[in-house]
Write a protein that binds this ligand. Structure first.
Ligand SMILES: C[S@@+](CC[C@H](N)C(=O)[O-])C[C@H]1O[C@@H](n2cnc3c(N)ncnc32)[C@H](O)[C@@H]1O
Length: 261
């Protein structure tokens, strides 16, 4: 399987539970459309639409919405849930629409999963009409008070512990995304931040929150004794976090809005 096929397969598997696992995407989708301020009747293309977090906000704003995604599972689910949205399976790097077809192109939490974000941005610019708007959101990776958990995961699963300096990580950051947006020829770029704390009651609640988000799979690959050790150390670390100010996951995102000259 190529990395593109693996990515597609991952999202096909996630389609039916995606918004239950990541409930904040709906709020960010609404905020992104608020920031882009499309007129009623505007032609909107939502790329990497997933279950339609951004697309349905545009629909609610009275827009004429087309939504595309590389995952057939996501497209099927979106088409079933929102019959008023034109849903098509398509790659962000090769949009099957004529030049200047849309007034607003959106992509919520997509730029960081694309192998060639610059190719996608050139496509977004091409399908936008002159004077059109681009609106993107990007999750901001933060370690913060969860450093103990990243270190524990590093020890048991061999994954690198991210540094606090996002820019040195090589990941897509808001600064890198802004540079790409400008290189693609967009103007009037504005960036805004969104913070959504997810408070959790205690160590078990943190365990339950993380289980569908990859923890069950990762722990399932450990030998039984190590899995038990991990669980014990996890609960101890989470209890320490609880007594040292509470368990809250600080979900952060940036919104990037620009114009196509
Ligand atoms: C993190 S999800 C975001 C979904 C949605 N926009 C939201 O805000 O909830 C990323 C989405 O991008 C899609 N995707 C990944 N690579 C893609 C590509 N090359 N072209 C189009 N969509 C892609 C995935 O299938 C997935 O639905």
């Amino acid at each position: 399987m190529t990395s593109t096929e693996q990515g597609r397969h991952k999202y096909d598997q996630l389609a039916d539970k995606y918004e239950e696992i990541f409930p904040y995407v709906a709020d960010v989708g609404r905020l992104l459309v608020d920031h882009a301020r499309p007129a009623a009747g505007a032609r909107v293309l939502d790329v990497g639409a997933g279950r339609g977090a951004v697309a349905r906000a545009a629909l609610a704003a009275g827009c004429d919405v087309t939504a595309v995604d590389a995952s057939a599972g996501m497209v099927a689910r979106m088409a079933m849930d929102f019959p008023d949205i034109v849903a098509r399976q398509m790659d962000a790097g090769g949009l099957d629409f004529p030049d200047g077809s849309f007034d607003l192109v959106t992509a919520g939490f997509v730029m960081q999963v694309l192998p060639d974000p610059d190719v996608a941005l050139a496509e977004f610019r091409r399908v936008l009409a002159p004077g059109g708007t681009l609106a993107l959101s990007l999750e901001k990776q933060t370690v913060g008070r969860l450093r103990w958990l990243f270190e524990l995961a590093g020890e048991f699963f061999g994954v690198p512990v991210p540094g606090d300096d996002e820019e040195s990580s090589g990941a897509m950051t808001s600064r890198r995304l802004n540079a790409l947006i400008e290189q693609a020829g967009f103007t009037d770029l504005a960036t805004d931040s969104v913070e959504m704390p997810v408070p959790l009651a205690g160590p078990e609640a943190l365990w339950d929150w993380l289980r569908p988000r990859g923890l069950t799979d990762a722990v399932g690959r450990l030998p039984a004794e190590q899995a038990e050790q991990f669980h014990i150390r996890f609960l101890a670390g989470a209890e320490h976090m609880r007594t040292a100010g509470g368990i809250s996951l600080d979900f952060r995102a940036t919104l990037h809005v620009a114009s196509r000259p």
